[in-house]
Write a protein that binds this ligand. Structure first.
Ligand SMILES: Nc1ncnc2c1ncn2[C@@H]1O[C@H](COP(=O)(O)OP(=O)(O)O)[C@@H](O)[C@H]1O
Ligand SMILES: [Mg+2]
Length: 275
């Protein structure tokens, strides 16, 4: 799925372009990549997210878990600029992220893979990924030739290189999810937001997804904030877990410690579908 040649090419190029990899011991340390500062979101009378503050260090994988309706998707959408916080701020590398303008947020280096794919169904797999590359990190729209190259690399990364010329409609559920991921990665994000990308996948597909997410962080140095219900995958991959409940942070910490917390078991894990 991850062709060695593509992986090496991408890793070489990214290593040359990026500053030195952060010291892993500094994760979540003095200069976090992402800062969410007292974010609150009202939808009319519904308080979806309430006064949420947390940090994600450069190179970390942080999972966000919690029951349905806890505010997880709303939180990710605010970070991605798809929803504007009622109050509070988001910073990336210390710079304010201007919510409500998703393409600007992408240019600042934040990509999101949402629960519902936003593919252009009349286009091929490669064309979809190319659009993701064109409107990614940096100023202006990337020229098509470079965008196609980045798209091809991202498709190789998720194991879809052989499907590049196929129509999107020929992809099954997990391939559609992987295409969404390729589109997001083609924009060369510094921070990748994932919303339940493993939902509905079988065990083999979950294992493949876990490996891809791990490679994205380990090989490309992309920081990941990841909403997920598949607890086995969370325990395997995440260095930290944030538990949201009724829009607030209920607990935060190492996955196994958080999952032993009686309050978390009561609010969420008792009802969670443990895959
Ligand atoms: N666009 C919206 N308009 C009104 N209410 C919304 C909207 N989006 C989410 N909500 C509400 O906000 C709360 C949190 O939703 P959501 O962030 O989707 O939770 P989760 O992803 O944890 O299941 C829910 O009560 C939901 O109904
Ligand atoms: Mg959701």
């Amino acid at each position: 799925m991850w062709t060695e040649q593509a992986r090496r090419a991408l890793f070489r190029r990214r290593s040359a372009e990026r500053p030195a990899a952060p010291d892993r011991s500094a994760r979540g340390g003095v200069v976090p990549l992402l800062q969410a500062e007292a974010i609150t979101k009202h939808f009319g009378n519904v308080l979806a997210v309430e006064d949420v503050t947390f940090r994600v260090g450069d190179g970390e994988i942080v999972a966000v878990v919690g029951p349905n309706g806890a505010g997880k998707s709303t939180l990710l959408k605010m970070i991605a600029g798809l929803e504007r916080p009622t109050s509070g701020r988001v910073r990336l590398g210390g710079q304010l992220v201007h919510s409500r303008v998703p393409h600007q947020v992408r240019r600042q280096g934040i990509s999101i893979v949402m629960q519902t794919p936003l593919t252009f169904t009349s286009m091929t797999v490669a064309d979809n990924a190319t659009l993701g590359a064109m409107f990614g990190l940096g100023d202006g729209v990337l020229p098509e030739r470079k965008a196609r190259q980045q798209a091809a690399e991202s498709l190789a990364l998720v194991g879809l290189e052989r499907r590049a010329g196929d129509p999107v409609t020929s992809l099954n559920l997990h391939e559609q999810r992987f295409l969404e991921l390729a589109k997001a990665l083609a924009g060369q994000p510094r921070l990748l937001l994932l919303d339940e990308v493993m939902a509905g996948l079988n065990e083999t597909e979950i294992a493949a997804s876990v490996q891809i997410v791990r490679n994205v962080r380990d090989e490309l140095g992309v920081t990941i904030l990841w909403v997920e219900h598949v607890m086995s995958a969370v325990i395997e991959l995440a260095e930290r877990v944030i538990v949201l409940n009724f829009g607030k942070i209920l607990a935060e910490g190492a996955p196994k410690a958080v999952m032993r917390d009686p309050e978390v078991i009561d609010a969420y894990l008792g009802k969670a579908q443990i895959a």
